[in-house]
Design a protein around this ligand. Structure first.
Ligand code: HPA
Length: 263
């Protein structure tokens, strides 16, 4: 399966480290959700800065660490810090965590993000299981014209059942990918709603499509951190993303732990 050239340096560095070879799950932590890393037992951490070829994120709330460890006795890895196209990274670079997870043999990928609700029946703090993705720009899939399908939706009912067993209500919805970094206009949100989008965000899409291309099973959860532009009339800022993420961090951790174990 062809991969971008920059992964060569990353892989040759990681292959020289003493890393677990039975990784069950890789987790990509979204904005404000990096605190999940505290739940990882026997953690060993590699800073992105120390990995040759690794992009380094500049967004507040993204630590930039690759963490290996265990959750309830299961070997896992987490990416605290992801890469956004709006920071200047290519679409291929934004999928770096997926290439690494796949290279290290992770059996499944759990992606999380912060998103704005387009669906007016959603509330701040809701957890939305992503059913499908709308690519506002259809060219986001790295590596051009290869046909691959986005498969994570096969797990959607299972993910929602696992959440329900924990007493967590989840929303189900379509994630609208926008490049950002600016928030949307009212008119854009209205048009996205007509297109069938339930939430909007600036990450996740490339990661899921590349996971599908590599046959890495994935699922994705959005934490609704704000109502999108025009829904409440309030101004959006990055601060409320952090506040909402903080308020749900325990439930989010509970869900991710259960997904690592049961998915
Ligand atoms: N729009 C785009 N991306 C986001 C939002 C939003 O309202 N909230 C969190 N990420």
């Amino acid at each position: 399966m062809s991969l971008p050239d920059f992964t060569n340096d990353i892989f040759s560095f990681l292959d020289k480290q003493d890393l677990p070879n039975n990784i069950e799950a890789a987790v990509i932590l979204g904005s404000g959700l990096g605190g999940f890393a505290d739940q990882i037992q026997s953690p060993s951490t590699i800073s992105y800065h120390n990995i040759p070829g690794m992009p380094v994120s500049s967004v507040e709330g993204h630590a930039g660490e690759l963490i290996f460890g265990e959750i309830d006795g299961r070997s896992m890895m987490a990416f605290s810090g992801r890469f956004h196209h709006y920071e200047g990274f290519s679409f291929e670079e934004t999928a770096t965590p997926v290439y690494i997870a796949n290279h290290l043999g992770a059996n499944k990928l759990i992606v999380s993000n912060a998103a704005g609700a387009i669906n007016t029946s959603f509330s701040v703090g809701d957890l939305m299981v992503i059913e499908s993705v709308i690519r506002n720009n259809l060219a986001i899939s790295p590596l051009g014209n290869q046909r691959h399908r986005y498969q994570h939706h096969q797990w959607v009912p299972k993910v929602r059942n696992i959440a329900a067993q924990l007493g967590l209500v989840t929303q189900l919805g379509n994630y609208m990918y926008v490049t950002g970094p600016n928030y949307e206009t009212k008119a854009e949100i209205r048009s996205f709603r007509k297109m069938g989008a339930d939430a909007v965000g600036m990450s996740t899409a490339t990661e899921l499509f590349e996971a599908a291309r590599l046959n890495l099973k994935s699922t994705a959860i959005s934490l609704i951190t704000n109502m999108s532009t025009g829904v409440t009339g309030e101004k959006l800022d990055h601060e409320e993303v952090k506040i909402a993420a903080d308020a749900r961090k325990e439930d989010f951790a509970k869900l991710v732990k259960a997904l690592i174990e049961k998915l």
